[in-house]
Design a protein around this ligand. Structure first.
Ligand code: PEP
Length: 253
């Protein structure tokens, strides 16, 4: 059975005070979702790297932590970088790789992303490979091809025995931070397509969680999570409000 996952990407937001307040509030509210957590839901907090240590210390058994990015290198003279081993050392279980903001603002290519996925897995974390088309690509009828290409290239270095450490997040770029969400039907169609690509590359597609991201809120999560190929969400803005984030966690059928 695939794990259900709701991960909150704080992006470059937060402070020591916010960490205390928000993680405390989320943990308290998630502890009332015992049945969901027991039935295989991971609730993941993905703060800026500088706050990971504090977040992990506040997570308890109810929550997991992740990093938003890691270096493609193991260690060495790479000023400013954070390695996947460091993330594991601090207690992270997940790492996002290839978020569209990394692709667009930091020029991350599919080959760098493939290396990062490999590093994350090698460190014993789960890699959340983020993929998604731009508005221009969607309007040009290229969405499926672009996403399939990102999935194939991003996962090119995953070994046959490593698929249990792979999660894919479909995040149409035009839906991130814009308030525009893909309809649940459109999101489902792309998730089914992604599962087809996973099959093509000999991955155990039925066991790999595929998350949706892009303006997921408490009021649209239930429709998205009701779709058969949507296994949870990668949440940006709404993950900075405890009540809204936990309502999203509650939205599974
Ligand atoms: C994201 O950053 O991955 C994201 C989906 O953001 P938002 O929920 O704010 O659209």
């Amino acid at each position: 059975m695939r794990r259900r996952i709701v991960a909150g990407n704080w992006k470059m937001n937060g402070s020591k005070d916010l960490v205390q307040q928000l993680v405390g509030d989320i943990r308290e509210q998630v502890s009332n979702l015992d049945d969901l957590v027991r039935s295989g839901l991971d609730v993941v907090i993905v703060p800026p790297a500088l706050y990971v240590d504090s977040v992990v210390s506040l997570c308890g058994a109810e929550l997991a932590a992740g990093v938003q990015n890691v270096s493609q290198w193991r260690s060495g003279a790479y000023t400013g970088e954070v390695s996947s081993d460091m993330a594991r050392d601090l207690g992270c279980q997940y790492a996002l790789v290839g978020h569209s903001e990394r692709r667009q603002l930091f020029d991350e290519t599919d080959s760098v992303i493939a290396l990062k996925v490999a590093r994350v897995i090698e460190s014993g974390l789960a890699a959340v490979l983020c993929v998604g088309e731009t508005l221009e690509e969607r309007e040009a009828g290229e969405a499926k091809r672009v996403v399939a290409d990102q999935v194939e290239k991003g996962l090119a270095m995953v070994g046959a025995d490593q698929w249990s450490r792979v999660v894919v997040a479909y995040e149409p770029v035009w839906a991130i931070g814009t308030g525009k969400t893909a309809t649940s039907e459109d999101a489902q169609a792309m998730h089914a397509e992604i599962r087809g690509v996973l099959e093509r590359i000999n991955a155990p597609s039925e066991n790999i969680s595929v998350l949706y991201g892009g303006s997921v809120k408490a009021d649209n999560a239930a429709a998205l999570f009701a779709e058969p190929d949507i296994d949870g969400g990668l949440i940006g803005g709404a993950s900075l409000k405890a009540e809204e984030f936990v309502s999203i966690c509650r939205a599974f059928p």
